[in-house]
Each structure stands twice: as structure tokens, then as C-alpha cells.
Design a protein around this ligand. Sequence first.
Ligand code: AMP
Length: 323
Amino acid sequence: MPITVVGSIAYDTVKTPFGARERMLGGAAVHFALAASFFDEVRVVGPVGEDFGEEQLAVLRARNIDVSDVERIEGGKTFFWQGEYGWDLNSRETLDTQLGVFEGFAPKLSEQSRSSDVLFLANIQPDLQREVRSQLPQARFVALDSMNLWIDIARDSLVAAIADVDCVILNDAELRQLTGKPNLVSAAREVLSWSSAESAAGGRGRGPSVIVAKQGEYGAALITREGFFALPAYPLESVIDPTGAGDTFAGGLVGYIAAHPGEKLSDELLRRAMAHATVLASFNVEEFGTERITRLTGKEIVARIGELHAMTQFSGASLELRG
Ligand code: AMP
């Protein structure tokens, strides 16, 4: 099923203990789209400035991503983000964020982008997420990402946006912050209980039924009404740049679900999607920005899925315990 993604298309300046890059191609929508393109057709919606190069668009086109709704704003500047990571890569400081063309951005979706069955609302202003969501009322699967900034300054709008999607993908700390619940499982259960007024009235809104809590190098957890599942991150000895790992993870997850249109959204399907998300994210962090994913092959993904599968199995036989 074709996927539409709306979110940032950016220039990122990044410093990690292993090197630095200036104004490399980045942005949540870009990382998501590259990952999801291994599974299905992807359409990107978002603004760029006059400074955005054809060679950057070519990176997306090379993976057959539809960029016809990437809007170039005359006289505008592309979204810019600058960050620096601590020595173990677990802490990240944002040094600069320049919204550029995102200021005053009103998403215009073509007929094509509006016809997608799957929608990913990457981390942007929740009002914009709701605006885009309303343009795809028939989408069969809608997922959303967000960040602490929007929980701080636009919580009500974010809660309303969440109530109208199927799947929420957040960092575990953000889930706790959003709900005010210190326990991750309780926090996820709370979000599962949110649903839109339209949903209650039997309209198009449904409310979230899938919560994914990203836990960085520790992996990710899946919480649904039916159950719980968790996977560790794929163990890598060399991590170079975690930028975009979360969006790449989302691209793997949502892409895998989109590529299985005939299957019910069961926990079994979601577990396989989590594995693909984990593997895609693991490749992303091996090099700076989009460098590794643009060279990635389907064969490499399949091989790593096999390794992840092997390392997360254990026999169900239990010892007869004393007492
Ligand atoms: P992640 O590492 O998955 O959190 O995503 C990092 C990507 O998100 C970078 O490529 C940035 O360009 C982009 N980004 C950073 N801050 C923001 C923001 N406030 N809004 C939208 N995108 C952002």
C-alpha cells in the first residue's frame, strides 16, 4: 500500500565522537522515506528552500521515492538542525534549529499523496499533523511521531492528533512526559485509552491501538491491547551517528505494515514489523546521516533479520523449581 509521509526535509550539521558533517541531507521525512522505500511506494510531502540541491532530491529519487509534493519555496531556506552527541552517543544536545520554510508552511497534498492507504506524520507541529491527517480521511493505517518540544508547548493539540491515529511511535521518556506516568506500560495503556470524538461517534477517527516506545540503544517495546513485545537493538560494535535512527525505525515499521495489506494488524504482524524497524535503524547508525541507508541492499536487511531472530530466541522449557 502506498505510503505518504509529511515531515522535515533538512540540512543537518552533526558532531559525534567519531567525526562531523556539515549540512548533510537529513530530516525526519527523509530518513523515514529512505527506510520505508525498501518495502513499498513512498510519497514525501514537505517544503524545502531555494538552497536545496537537485543532488539531494536525487538521493530520494534513486530509491524511487515520489518527490512531486516536495515544495520548493522561492527565497526560502531549508529547515536546518545542528546537534552534538556525548561520548557514549546516548546524550544529544541540539545547538541550533532554524525552521526556515517550515514557518508558515501549509501542506498541499496532491491527489496522489491524498490517495495513499498509509500515512506517517513525522515529528512536526501537531496542528500541521492534524491538518494533513484530515486530508487522508480514508487512510487504513496512520502512525505519528512527536517530540518533547510539542509535549511542552502544544500538548492539547498533540493529544488531539494522537486520538486520530492508529499507531504512536515515541521515545520512552516522551511517553512518560506525555502522560505524566512514570511507568512505561501504564503510560502506554493511558495513550491506548485516548480516542477521538469522531471515533466515539463511529466516524473516521479510531484512536491508537498500537504504541511503540523507542529506547535508543536498548531497543524498543510494543504495547497493544492484546499484549506486549520487546526487542533489543541489534548489537553493533561501531555506532557512528544516531541521527535519524528513530525515523528510520519508523520507516521500517510502517513500511513493513504497508507491504502486508492483506494481513490483519495482529500482534504477530507487528512483531515482524518491529524486527524490520530494528534492523533498518541499526544500519542507519553505522554511518553519518543517510550515507549507509543509501548504499543498503535488501539482501543485507534479510541477513540481519536472520541474525536478530537467532539472538532473540530461547527455549520455552522451564526448570522445575523448588518451593
Ligand atoms: P531522530 O534522530 O530520529 O530524532 O531525528 C533527527 C532528524 O530530525 C534530523 O535529521 C533533523 O533534521 C530532524 N529534526 C530535528 N529537530 C526537529 C524538529 N524540531 N522538527 C522536525 N524535525 C527535526
